[in-house]
Design a protein around this ligand. Structure first.
Ligand code: 2HG
Ligand code: ZN
Length: 469
């Protein structure tokens, strides 16, 4: 079959791109772990176009790899090396179809950037709380497909919890549409829950009805020096109680990460607090007018008196708040600039994090002496990016050769703690083997049966999440 003319006939010339220079960036994942090939990047202009494409691909057994902003960490949006998988770009589905302040919802198409969704909510005095470092370029379809996490999960939950309903195109082209803002709808299986986090392997999400919240009117942000991770756990529960559970962000940053950021990220500003082995970025927000800075100040002063913290700075302006946030959000960039890194996106029950850090650090010292630990992240969710960077003066080959033994040891430790080897970045292609190893066999069998039922020809993102047959 002459594929390209058939695609052009189906969707129009402007929907089919084959120029090697133009499509190059869609063939490599964000972390540059994979480099794929494709006959074309197809960008339908609407849901009907996605439906036509998938029906055609099912009929002819052509694999399709859905792609949003291409900012994922596990290679879920990259085609394989065969050169036979089409890339389905959702970028032209970029309308905010409706903002409904009274029902606290909005309907956005998959190709809207997360930032556009946030701004549409803000314009209606509402909040869409999903918040990630890549929000300017990641797309809401990708956030839904990967069940993205980010820095407000503690208060508002992962993406899955922010959805009223979805519009999804199934492999055979059939469109499931459920975009109403019903808070109660107890009619059968939770189909939307199935598609969120399925990474494009069960259907292609084309639009979503998203949950909004009252816009915050008061915000207080602090950068806190703490002596050890255990102090973070105590401080978190104190602050949750003192604030009436309005802590929206509670992030842990080790000194080594702050140091990398200050050295390697242009514009990064020292928070001015005394040096400590660990720091916290803490934010408390409220939809009412209240003095949250005073609340933070009294809780943190008490913490300092009791030795739970050694210093703290409360942001005195929007600029200082942005500076504090920048110190946390640019840790991945600083890690990249510092050279080779090994990453583990793990979670354990929140209160077990200090023990995990201690035992995990010992593993790093024993297994990967060429690396040093840069463990940071969403301590309020029990989710750490247990990452390593290469020590200066060591051999890159030796450092990288530690990847597999270290991953096995860290993930085994996570399993011992009853945790997850992929807390927020998903499975993609990178962690298919890990899922096979750590998921319960019964769970895997159910996943395979669902995949078989919804995509019997296996055209949807083959080889991602589950190994292709
Ligand atoms: C973050 O929390 C992201 O900054 C990226 O999830 C984590 O680079 C990483 O490992
Ligand atoms: Zn993260």
């Amino acid at each position: 079959m002459d594929l390209i003319p058939r695609l052009v006939a189906l969707l129009g010339e402007d929907a089919v791109q084959t120029d090697a220079d133009i499509i190059a960036s869609t063939l490599v994942d964000h972390r540059k772990l994979y480099r794929g090939a494709t006959p074309a990047v197809v960008s339908p202009r609407d849901t009907a176009g996605v439906s036509k494409l998938l029906a055609f691909c099912t009929e002819h057994g052509i694999a399709v790899v859905p792609q949003g902003g291409n900012t994922g960490y596990c290679g879920a949006a990259t085609p394989d090396e065969s050169g036979r998988q089409l890339v389905l770009s959702l970028r032209r589905l970029d309308r905010i179809r409706r903002v409904d302040a009274d029902n606290f919802c909005l309907v956005a198409e998959a190709g809207c950037t997360l930032q556009r969704v946030q701004e549409a909510a803000e314009a209606a005095q509402r909040l869409f709380p999903l918040s990630l470092g890549s929000e300017g370029s990641c797309q809401i379809g990708g956030n839904l497909g990967t069940n993205a996490g980010g820095t407000a999960v503690l208060r508002y939950g992962m993406t899955r919890e922010l959805v009223f309903g979805l519009e999804v195109v199934l492999a055979d082209g059939c469109v499931l549409s459920s975009l109403s803002p019903l808070r109660k709808d107890n009619t059968g299986y939770d189909l939307k829950g199935l598609f969120v986090g399925s990474e494009g392997t069960l259907g292609v999400i084309t639009a979503a009805c998203l949950k909004l919240f009252p816009a915050p009117r008061s915000i207080a942000t602090a950068w806190v020096s703490i002596p050890e991770p255990a102090a973070a756990i105590t401080l978190l529960s104190r602050l949750r109680a003192a604030s009436g559970d309005r802590v929206s962000t509670f992030e842990l940053v080790p000194h080594v990460a702050l140091d990398l950021v200050l050295r390697l990220v242009p514009g990064a500003r020292d928070p001015g607090t005394s040096r400590a082995p660990w720091y916290l970025l803490v934010e408390v927000t409220s939809p009412a007018d209240e003095d949250l800075a005073a609340l933070l100040e009294s809780t943190l002063s008490e913490a300092i008196e009791q030795g739970l913290a050694t210093d703290a700075a409360i942001a005195q302006s929007g600029t200082q708040r942005d500076d504090f946030w920048g110190l946390r959000e640019t840790v991945p960039e600083a890690q990249r600039r510092a050279g080779g890194s090994l990453k583990h996106d793990i979670s354990v029950p929140v209160a077990a994090l200090p023990d995990f850090i201690e035992r995990g650090s010992a593993l790093v010292r024993a297994i990967a002496p060429e690396g040093y630990l840069v463990a940071y992240g969403h301590v309020g969710d029990g989710n750490l990016h247990f990452n390593l960077n290469q020590r200066e003066g060591t051999e890159t080959g030796a450092f990288l050769s530690r990847e597999l033994p270290l991953k096995r040891a860290v993930h085994d430790l996570v399993a011992e703690f009853g945790g997850s080897f992929s807390a927020e970045h998903g499975i993609g292609r990178l962690k298919v083997g890990e899922l096979e190893r750590y998921a319960q066999p019964e769970e895997l069998a159910v996943m395979r049966r669902i995949k078989q039922a919804l995509d019997p020809k296996g055209i949807l993102n083959p080889g991602k999440v589950l190994r292709a047959d």
